[in-house]
Design a protein around this ligand. Structure first.
Ligand SMILES: [Zn+2]
Length: 87
């Protein structure tokens, strides 16, 4: 399926970020372009399905729709015991 590959990469990336920080992720912020292949619902549908097979089931996510920009981007990571660090 078209999006599965992207989600695999996302979880791989999140795993790497946790390993580097030696902390557990609490929340991830995504942005999705209004004019890309995804819309928010579509993304969330795939995300919720894919996350079940990972250790990130308890992770909070926030998705923001942007008028232009990259199709899908991780814009912020919050680790447990850390205050918000969003760009
Ligand atoms: Zn799809």
């Amino acid at each position: 399926m078209h999006d599965i590959h992207i989600l695999k990469n996302i979880f791989k990336y999140l795993q790497e970020q946790e390993d580097q920080a030696c902390r557990k992720l609490k929340k991830v912020h995504f942005s999705i372009s209004e004019f890309g292949n995804f819309n928010q619902e579509h993304f969330l549908e795939h995300y919720r399905h894919a996350v079940r097979a990972t250790r990130f089931q308890g992770l909070e996510i926030a998705v923001k729709t942007i008028p232009f920009g990259p199709e899908l981007e991780i814009t912020g990571l919050e680790f447990a015991g850390q205050t918000s660090k969003e760009e």
